[in-house]
Design a protein around this ligand. Structure first.
Ligand code: HEM
Length: 191
């Protein structure tokens, strides 16, 4: 038995995307997004493009079958409002994510929902710029029940979706594609 066979789906995703997360984190932080409100605006524009791209996932009935309150989890309207707060023009966000099969869609959703965990740290940094959950940094706010509780509930839904064993690799491929997409957006927004 390989080691991954003993991991939950969420644990396997975390392990498989660790390096992709590091690369994205480094790409974003290299642009010093928390050094000024102007730099933060570029980060918010990147987040807008990412949440625009992935917004269709939150309207999918097949994902909502597994993830509780899925439509309410979308942070797209929050980040749209953040750009308005900051006076940043909406960037051309590109095309929304295509009609992904369920395994890949679960991997993408893992990445977008997981980003709200790290957002605790990002919100603290944004607050030092005078931004808040009510102005400019709405999309970094935690879930009403708390970030950790929300993440546990999300992972339970993710882990509970029944998939064929051979589809597990497709969940991971979806997550890796999501991280790559986010890094491409970061490179464009910070260029
Ligand atoms: C500079 C920007 C970022 C920093 C500093 C950062 C930092 C972090 C930190 C510290 C955690 C762990 C939180 C915890 O365990 O309590 C985390 C988790 C996570 N972040 Fe980020 N993050 C950043 C950007 C992003 C972005 C843009 C995405 C997605 C597009 C993302 C996706 C994730 C995911 C999926 C997890 C959950 C990992 C798991 O436990 O399974 N992060 N991040």
């Amino acid at each position: 038995m390989t080691q991954t066979a003993t991991l939950t789906r969420a644990e396997a995703l975390r392990a498989a995307t660790h390096d992709a997360h590091e690369r994205l984190d480094r790409t974003i932080m290299a642009a010093k997004p928390f050094d000024s409100v102007e730099n933060y605006g570029r980060f918010a524009a990147m987040q807008y493009s990412l949440h625009h791209h992935t917004a269709p996932l939150y309207a999918r009935a097949d994902l909502a079958d597994h993830i509780a309150d899925l439509p309410a989890l979308s942070r797209f309207s929050a980040v749209t409002q953040d750009l308005a707060d900051l006076g940043v023009a909406l960037p051309d966000p590109g095309a929304p994510v295509g009609d992904l099969p369920l395994p890949e869609a679960l991997g993408w959703l893992y990445v977008i929902e997981g980003s709200n965990l790290g957002a605790a740290f990002l919100l603290k940094a944004a607050q030092k710029l005078g931004l808040s959950e009510d102005h400019g940094a709405r999309h970094l706010a935690g879930a009403p029940e708390g970030r950790a509780a929300h993440w546990r509930a999300f992972k339970a839904g993710l882990d509970g979706a029944p998939l064929a064993p051979e589809d597990e690799a497709r969940v991971i491929a979806g997550a890796v594609a999501a991280f790559d997409h986010a890094r491409g957006l970061a490179q464009r927004c910070f260029a």
